[in-house]
Design a protein around this ligand. Structure first.
Ligand code: R5P
Length: 291
């Protein structure tokens, strides 16, 4: 098995190769043409090999790089092409709110699978998205990686900032053997939300060590409001944890100002990176890809 790290995921790809018993690891050559277009080249003899290409698609540029690398791996004669997308961009646009909108998550699934035999990703915004792939596709869990890390600190209670996070919060609560509940979130616009305690089912937070769990932190609007609410309710400490740390602009500083700790995995390079999904991705690769 050969592991290649695209620009968005080099350190994680290297960790995955180590987890696979130091599988051969490479970084494709990349440059820009004068007009700004991307040029990539994979090096080494990949003919007949199982190639694991790791590239998060946080930006459109990352996505173009991934598509070019997939084509290059195919052309190099790889026996099997496994595409690992630790952070799958556009996955949050998985519903049509207005007529005329695309299902962006589905559009991306269709395109990234064209030159792949198998796909692996981590904590999609909605598990439904996996069904848009027609090739074998697997989802590793950032929740497991975060739980390994959170085991090292006191945790009394887990809180999801919204209904959409119930399943993942329930899962972490089971791994840590702690209670949980979900807040009620109303999105005002892409940067602002309103949060309330639920009418029923809220647990007392006063004096408790609370972990707020989300799949993605982007503007930080959700976590900042949720942490403020929990602190107003008297929480002893509030830790913020997420699988995918985008942390746009000053989001990390704003979150640090209202929480006691911030945890994120390494699906994206970020300032809160404290848990690695490499063992979980490697386990899927070992289990599903026999060669
Ligand atoms: C939304 O449904 C997601 O689970 C996250 O809560 C959201 O994407 C976080 O975004 P932001 O940090 O911009 O509030």
């Amino acid at each position: 098995m050969h592991v290649l790290g695209g620009t968005a995921s080099i350190p994680l790809a290297e960790k995955i190769s180590r987890e696979l018993g130091n599988a051969p690891f490479g970084i494709p050559f990349k440059k820009r043409f004068p007009d700004g277009e991307l040029y990539v080249r994979v090096e080494g003899d990949l003919a007949g090999e199982t190639v694991v290409l790791v590239q998060s698609t946080r930006t459109d540029e990352d996505l173009v790089e991934l598509l070019l690398l997939e084509e290059a791996v195919r052309e190099a004669g790889a026996g099997r092409s496994v595409v690992v997308i630790p952070y799958f961009g556009y996955a949050r646009q998985d519903r049509r709110f207005l007529a005329g909108e695309p299902l962006s998550a589905r559009a991306l699934c269709r395109h990234v699978e064209l030159d792949a035999d198998t796909l692996v990703t981590v904590d999609l915004h909605s598990a439904e998205t996996l069904r848009h792939f027609t090739k074998p596709a697997f989802e590793a869990s950032g929740i497991v990686a975060l739980s390994r890390r959170l085991h090292e600190r006191p945790v009394d209670l887990l809180v999801s900032p919204d209904k959409g996070g119930i399943e993942r919060t329930r899962r972490m609560a089971a791994l840590l053997d702690r209670p949980w509940f979900a807040l009620q979130k109303k999105r005002i616009d892409s940067e602002h939300v309103e949060l309330r305690l639920p009418a029923t089912g809220a647990l007392p937070v006063a004096g408790r060590h609370v972990v707020l769990l989300d799949d993605v932190i982007a503007t930080g609007g959700t976590i900042v409001e949720a942490a403020r609410l929990l602190k107003r309710e008297g929480a002893g400490t509030v830790a913020a944890a997420c699988t995918h740390g985008i942390f746009l602009r000053d989001a990390f500083e704003r979150i640090k100002a209202v929480t006691d700790e911030v945890y994120a995995t390494d699906t994206l390079a970020n300032p809160a990176e404290t848990a690695s999904v490499a063992p979980d991705i490697a386990e899927i690769l070992r289990r599903e890809i026999r060669s």
